[in-house]
Design a protein around this ligand. Sequence first.
Ligand code: AGP
Length: 366
Amino acid sequence: EDYQLGGFDSYLLKEINEQPDAVRRALLGRLDERFATAHLGGLDLDPTELRSFRRVKFLGCGSAYYAAQVGANLVEEFARIPADAEAASEFRYRNPVIETDTLYVAVSQSGETSDTLSAIRELKRKGGRVIGIVNVTGSAIARECGRGMLLHAGPEVSVASTKAVTNMGVSFAMLALALGRVRDLSVANGKRIVDALAKLPSLLMEILKLDAEIAEIAGRYADAEHMFYIGRVRAWPVAREGAQKLKEISYIHAEAYQAAELKHGPLALIDATMPSVVIVPGDDLVTKNIGTVEQIKARGGPVIVVTNTDLPENLADAVIRVPACEPELDPILLGVPLQMFAYHVARKLGRDLDKPRNLAKSVTVE
Ligand code: AGP
């Protein structure tokens, strides 16, 4: 086991650190600089078919569902067609309207999640067109979908998913790019995204260097009983996934909220004992997000900001700053320091980092 862990204290930490390589593998042979698009042969969709979809719906469970929300945002941004994400576990129990001009995208690390598999079967029975985005070749979901994309994250052992989630974001960006480039996404914009995707592995390496800084901040907040994770638009699924990571491995109650929703109720919970992790991408909503931090501070709440831009001095109690990329890809990079934060909190609390209580790596039962 020591050998397999390669000096890391857990698979969780090992897998967090494998992310630059995992992303490199996901990108390998798929980016096309000349035509400013992504080649995704496994989709088995020609450009006419790719153009024929009027909507995209992502389905997944847990972290795959939160990641899928990033995918839906990317499709709307790059391809300008309506897209959303739904928990596959809900989808299977309602009587969903299946549209034949919708591209359904089933997302799963293990490829064995029962709720996702059942959603796919329901879709197929009703004539829905579905592709799978999975990490495990030959898994039940890969076989049921028959076409799609492999995440190429490599084996993921820790129950808390990290590198697979990051590779989901990267895969969605390539899917959205391919969908966009058969529609109105310009060559220049396509090129901008291709270049930005190619830079992700080296930016991830920069983020991993923040380990000691993040450990120090995590140490300051590890005794909290509850935490808020706040994000807006692109950062909202990042907040959801950040809260999920903290809950899973530290057992601290963490709740994700959309920034603008705070004033509609949860602001009442803010006091000195309720730290908030606020995700502040350097995009066109930065001023709004600074306002959110100020609102929380004004009510005595401690704030940890995770950002990729310059912010006013003394805005927050702690700032984790990662390198900037193109704004559409911010959710991919901003998620990683939150994994590292959750890891350090859990480690400080002496939790089982790879096998959190009550959880299984792959949920193959209803
Ligand atoms: C991730 O940290 C969780 N352990 C969990 O939410 C997981 O993402 C979910 O069960 C879906 O698993 P899958 O990606 O293998 O389908």
